[in-house]
Design a protein around this ligand. Structure first.
Ligand code: SF4
Length: 630
C-alpha cells in the first residue's frame, strides 16, 4: 500500500451488527480521488442503490480521512462526512469537522468507515485499534452532545486518548440541520449528516489509535510540512495578497476579528433585516470578549487553534464556559438571527445549539423567520403557543429549540419541518423572509455585500456550503493569481473566481487537512500537492494534477445531482430574502438578482458545462475521466 494511507476501510452493517475490513480501491482510483470528500463521494455512488434517499437504511454514511490526516501536515485533522443530502435530496452531502477524531481513526489503522443499515436499538461504535465493537447506547440516547462525549469516555475508561463523534437530540429526532459533534468545539453539519446518523440509530463513534501513518519519504515530508506551517503565518508584502484566514482566526477565532464582519455589513442579524444592528453587535462582542477568559483549543497538529473555550466571568452566565468553533457563522445563526444583543447570551445560546447538535444555519434561520414574522405581527402569540418571539428573547429561542427536538409545540409541529416546508406552512410572508438555498441553510453571514461568496453558495454542488468562495471576503488567493480582493458587488469576474477557487477548495477537501491551513496561504497549492507526492510516492504528482482532482470533484457532484434528479431550474431555488437589496448598509439598494442568470451561465461556461442545462459537456467529462458516470 502507498504511504499516506492506512490501507483499509472499516465496514459496519447495523442491520445485522457486523463489522469487517476491506482494502482500499486500486491505486488509479486513489490517485484520481485521493481521500476525504473525493474518495468518499466515489464510494458513495459506487455502493448505493440508484435513487436511494439519504435516510434509507441502505444508504451509506461515510466517515473519511485523507492521506495527510494524522501526519505532520499542518492541521491534519480533517474528517469528511459524506452521505446523500437530507436537505437537498438530489445532492451529495459533504460535512467537515476537525479536532482529534480523524487523526485517531487513522492511527487506529483505517482510512474511513462506511456505515450502512439501521440498528434495532440505539448503539454506538467503539474502534480501539484492531478491536471494533458495536455497543448498547441506551444510556446516552437522549443526552446532549456534551454529556454523550463525557459519558462514553467515562464508560470506556479513558478521558485523554479517546475522541467521540456523536449526535445530540436533534440528530435523534432527524431534524433538518442536525449535526455530528466531536471534541466539544467541532462538528460537521452540512447536508444534515447528523440526521442521517440518527436514522441509523447510531448515537456515536468513539475512536482510539496508537499507530502512525506510513510515509513514502518521511524526512522530506517532515521538512516540507514544517515549511508549509510557517507559510500560514507569512505576512504578505504589497502585491502578495491578504493574510491567510488561519492567521486572522488564530488563537481564539472571531473574538478579536469580529469587527471585520460587522463593518463589512456581513453579520447576519435579525434574519438579515438589519445590517447596521450587526455592525453594532460585532463591536460590543469584541469589547465584551476582553472580559471573557479565552482558551484556544487546537485540533490535531494545528498551530492555528481557531477554536476556543470562552469562560464568561460576570452577569447571569458568570462561570459558564462556551465551547466555540473559530468562525462567527455559528453564533450568527444561533444568536444574531434572533437579535440577541447580549454577547454572553449569544455565547450561551450558540453553545446550546451545539449541545443539542443542530447547525445554527438551519435552526437559526427557522427561528429568525419566526421572530421576524412575530415582530411584524404576522405570527401571533396564539399561534406560537404563548411564546413571545421578540428580537433578543433568549428564553424563547431556547424553548423553540427544545420544542424542535422534542417534536412538541410550535417548534416541533412547524419549524422542525425544515426551511422550505415550515415557511410554506406559515404562508407567503414566511416564504418571502426565510433564508435557504435549495432547502439548505447558508453559511451564516449575510453574503449580499459579497457576490462571489453568494454565487459560490448558490452553485455549490453539495447543497449550499462553502465551496467556491471567490475573493470578495476574508482573503485572496495568490496561487490562483488573485492578489487583490474583488470589487464585491459587481457581476464581472465572479463566475471565473468561483469556478477556480471551488476547484482548489475541493482538491483541498480530499487531503485530510483543515481548510484554514490552506485558505489564502501563498504557495499552499504547491505544499499540498508536493505533500501528496512525498507521502504516497507519486513523485510526479504536481499542482496541475491537484487542480484536475478538484475539477473532477466539482463535476462528480454535478453528475451525482443530475443522476438523482437535478433540473436546471433548481439552480435558482433561492429564497427571496437573499435576492433582496438591503435598505441600509454597504449593499443598500444593490442586489445580485438581475445579474444572476448570466453569472450562472458564465460559471457553467467556466466549468465546461452546457450553458442552458448545466450538464457537463462530454469533452469536460472525458478530460477528467468521468464519462462512464453519466
Ligand atoms: S484551524 Fe481551527 S478548525 Fe482548523 S484544525 Fe485548527 S482548530 Fe481545528
Amino acid at each position: 500500500m502507498k504511504g499516506g494511507y492506512a490501507g483499509k476501510l472499516l465496514r459496519v452493517n447495523l442491520d445485522n451488527g457486523t463489522c469487517s475490513c476491506s482494502p482500499l480501491p486500486d491505486e488509479k482510483i486513489l490517485r484520481e480521488y485521493i481521500g476525504g470528500i473525493g474518495l468518499g463521494m466515489r464510494l458513495l455512488i459506487d455502493e448505493s442503490p440508484e435513487g436511494i434517499e439519504a435516510t434509507d437504511p441502505a444508504a451509506p454514511l461515510l466517515l473519511m480521512t485523507g492521506p495527510l490526516t494524522g501526519t505532520s501536515a499542518p492541521s491534519s485533522s480533517n474528517l469528511a462526512v459524506v452521505s446523500f443530502n437530507f436537505n437537498t435530496p438530489y445532492a451529495v452531502a459533504t460535512g467537515h469537522t476537525h479536532g482529534y477524531w480523524a487523526a485517531y481513526l487513522k492511527h487506529a489503522g483505517y482510512d474511513g468507515i462506511i456505515i450502512t443499515g439501521q440498528a434495532e436499538n440505539p448503539v454506538y461504535l467503539w474502534v480501539d485499534d484492531d478491536h471494533v465493537e458495536i455497543r448498547d447506547a441506551s444510556k446516552v440516547w437522549g443526552q446532549d452532545t456534551r454529556e454523550t462525549e463525557r459519558l462514553i469516555k467515562s464508560e470506556l475508561g479513558d478521558e485523554e486518548k479517546i475522541s467521540v463523534a456523536c449526535i445530540g437530540p436533534a440528530g435523534e429526532a432527524m431534524l433538518p440541520g442536525a449535526s455530528i459533534k466531536n471534541d466539544r468545539n467541532h462538528g460537521a453539519s452540512k447536508g444534515s449528516v447528523g440526521a442521517v446518523m440518527g436514522s441509523k440509530r447510531l448515537k456515536a463513534v468513539a475512536v482510539r489509535g496508537t499507530s502512525t501513518v506510513p510515509l513514502n519519504e518521511p524526512l522530506a515530508f517532515g521538512e516540507l510540512t514544517q515549511t508549509w506551517d510557517k507559510a500560514i503565518w507569512h505576512e504578505p508584502k504589497p502585491g502578495e495578497g491578504a493574510p491567510a484566514v488561519g492567521t486572522i482566526l488564530a488563537k481564539g477565532g472571531i473574538t478579536r476579528a469580529y469587527s471585520y464582519v460587522g463593518e463589512s455589513h456581513m453579520l447576519a442579524g435579525k434574519n438579515l433585516s438589519d445590517p447596521l444592528w450587526g455592525e453594532d453587535f460585532s463591536k460590543r462582542f469584541v469589547q465584551a470578549a476582553k472580559d471573557f477568559t479565552i482558551t484556544p483549543k487546537e485540533s490535531y497538529n494545528c498551530s492555528i487553534a481557531c477554536a476556543y473555550d470562552c469562560k464568561i466571568n460576570s452577569g447571569k452566565f458568570a462561570g459558564f464556559t462556551a465551547s466555540m468553533c473559530g468562525g462567527g457563522e455559528n453564533m450568527e445563526g444561533a444568536a444574531g438571527m434572533v437579535g440577541i444583543d447580549d454577547p454572553s447570551e449569544a455565547l450561551a445560546l450558540t453553545d446550546y445549539f451545539d449541545a443539542m447538535g443542530i447547525d445554527s444555519s438551519v435552526g437559526g434561520s427557522l427561528m429568525g423567520m419566526a421572530f421576524e414574522l412575530y415582530e411584524r405581527g404576522i405570527l401571533t402569540k396564539e399561534e406560537t403557543g404563548g411564546l413571545e418571539l421578540n428580537w433578543g428573547n433568549y428564553e424563547a429561542a431556547v424553548e423553540l429549540l427544545d420544542q424542535m427536538c422534542s417534536g412538541e409545540g410550535f417548534g416541533g409541529n412547524v419549524l422542525a419541518k425544515g426551511l422550505k416546508e415550515a415557511s410554506k406552512l406559515l404562508g407567503k410572508e414566511a416564504e418571502a423572509c426565510v433564508l435557504h438555498i435549495r432547502g439548505g441553510g447558508i453559511n451564516m453571514h449575510d453574503w449580499r455585500p459579497a457576490w462571489s461568496v453568494l454565487l459560490g453558495q448558490i452553485v455549490a454542488g453539495a447543497g449550499v456550503c462553502w465551496q467556491g468562495p471567490g475573493v470578495d471576503a476574508w482573503t485572496t488567493d495568490p496561487d490562483l493569481g488573485y492578489t487583490d480582493f474583488g470589487e464585491p458587488m459587481v457581476p464581472d469576474g465572479k463566475a471565473e473566481a468561483v469556478a477556480k477557487t471551488q476547484m482548489k477548495k475541493l482538491w483541498e477537501d480530499t487531503l485530510g487537512v483543515c481548510w484554514f491551513a490552506l485558505w489564502g496561504v501563498k504557495g499552499g497549492l504547491g505544499f499540498s500537492s508536493k505533500s501528496i507526492a512525498l507521502a504516497t510516492g507519486w513523485s510526479d504528482f504536481d499542482e496541475k494534477e491537484a487542480m484536475i482532482v478538484g475539477e473532477r470533484m466539482v463535476n462528480l457532484q454535478r453528475v451525482i445531482a443530475i443522476k438523482r434528479g437535478f433540473k436546471p431550474e433548481d439552480e435558482f431555488d433561492i429564497s427571496e430574502r437573499l435576492l433582496e437589496a438591503p435598505s441600509v448598509g454597504k449593499a443598500a439598494g444593490k442586489t445580485i438578482r438581475p445579474h444572476l442568470r448570466k453569472m450562472v451561465q458564465e460559471y457553467y461556461d467556466e466549468m465546461g458545462w452546457d450553458k442552458m442545462t448545466g450538464k457537463p459537456n462530454h469533452s469536460t467529462l472525458q478530460k477528467i475521466g468521468l464519462t462512464s458516470d453519466i
